[in-house]
Ligand binder design. Structure first.
Ligand code: AMP
Ligand code: MG
Length: 349
């Protein structure tokens, strides 16, 4: 039977809670436990144990060449895991840790399970900004490998219920600290060269990184879906609801024409829009994902909205597009992946 520990989301890291003690004990026993972070729910396991890390890959059905992010609660833990801390990494950690920023370091040999790093010379590390995550990692006293707590390929979980839907019977338990805040995963950045490179856009924006370290590049393969991305996980289809998703470029009026065309083909059409567009479409299911004027609210709702299409019988999902600025870069990256990079331009149709 899967454990379901319910905790308040603002636990005090200096106090002791039976749910935290219990769940962190499972981690020490090399079991896998899901818990909330400020981005999405993570599926945690002892990053030093082959046995524990293997359980993550098995529960998720994740390809073994896709490395995991190691989560820590204190800066002291970092020194034990990495060979060196480049200057830009130092600056970014000062500014954005704890927070939705993962940094790639040269790893120390023999500390972590090789399965965590999938044979790479580097390791991805982050310190999550969620009291429950920090309390569990501290109590376990271990570096914790934690990918998103979903079955591989599905949208990432932003509630404990999403975790249960995907992983019931496959993991030891879930710590339920309510809905997660940011809604998209952490930004992954490589600071080993002169100019930092974003390998995966996420909760900390390119603009925010640039405020601290100047110029930042984005891994070219991410934009086009072509070539090999430097973050191995980025090559996999991801975040996909059951029905095929298409990104649609055009005005709501043009998009409605496409909806009508699909209807005539006998298809039930789902539309992903925002509060601003909710009343503009006539389709089988129109879901508002946050507010366009506040892209953080779109990020927050994105995976829940993608999952919500699965409880309907739509045949096709048409999604509006978002500007490639701020957290819009991460939103579009996830939508592009959910859509397998299929974009329809209705303006030129
Ligand atoms: P997830 O665990 O689902 O949040 O995905 C973790 C992401 O971090 C994936 O896209 C991985 O490919 C990426 N990642 C983890 N470790 C490394 C690493 N050492 N170098 C580059 N990317 C990494
Ligand atoms: Mg994931």
């Amino acid at each position: 039977m899967m454990k379901h520990w319910i905790v308040e989301s603002d636990v005090d890291i200096n106090k002791s809670y039976p749910q935290i003690v219990d769940s962190s004990f499972f981690l020490q026993q090399n079991e896998v436990v899901a818990f909330p972070t400020e981005t999405v729910y993570g599926l945690g396991a002892n990053a030093s144990s082959d046995e524990a890390v293997e359980k993550i890959f098995k529960a998720k059905g994740r390809p073994s060449d896709n490395p995991l992010i190691v989560h820590i609660a204190k800066r002291e833990q970092l020194i034990e895991l990495v060979e060196e801390i480049p200057k830009n990494a130092e600056l970014l950690m000062e500014a954005y840790w704890p927070g939705p920023l993962t940094i790639i370091f040269k790893r120390k040999k023999g500390v972590l399970s090789e399965k965590v790093t999938a044979g790479l010379e580097t390791v991805a590390v982050r310190m999550p900004d969620h009291p429950v995550a920090l309390a569990i990692i501290s109590a376990a006293g271990l570096p914790i490998a934690a990918p998103s707590a979903n079955r591989s390929g599905k949208p990432s979980p932003t509630t404990a219920q999403h975790v249960i839907d995907d992983l019931e019977g496959r993991i030891a338990g879930v710590v339920d600290g309510g809905e997660t805040g940011v809604g998209v995963e952490s930004t992954v950045v490589d600071c080993s060269g002169e100019t930092p490179v974003i390998l995966r856009p996420g909760g900390v924006t390119k603009e925010q990184l640039e405020e601290v370290v100047g110029d930042v590049k984005v891994d070219a393969a991410l934009q086009t879906g072509e070539g090999a991305p430097k973050s191995p996980g980025m090559k996999y289809t991801h975040y996909a609801p059951n029905a095929p998703v298409y990104l649609v470029e055009g005005t709501p009026h043009d998009i409605q024409k496409l909806i009508d065309e699909k209807k005539r083909e006998g298809l039930k059409v789902g539309v992903l829009t925002t509060a601003e567009g909710k009343e503009l479409y006539d389709a089988a299911l129109v879901l508002a994902c946050g507010e366009r004027k506040n892209l953080s609210s779109v990020a927050h709702m994105l995976y829940d909205t993608l999952r919500a299409f699965n409880s309907s019988d739509v045949d096709i999902i048409l999604s509006e597009m978002f500007p490639l600025e701020g957290v819009g870069l991460a939103i579009m990256n996830r939508l592009q992946k959910a859509a397998g990079h299929r974009v329809i331009n209705v303006e030129n149709k």
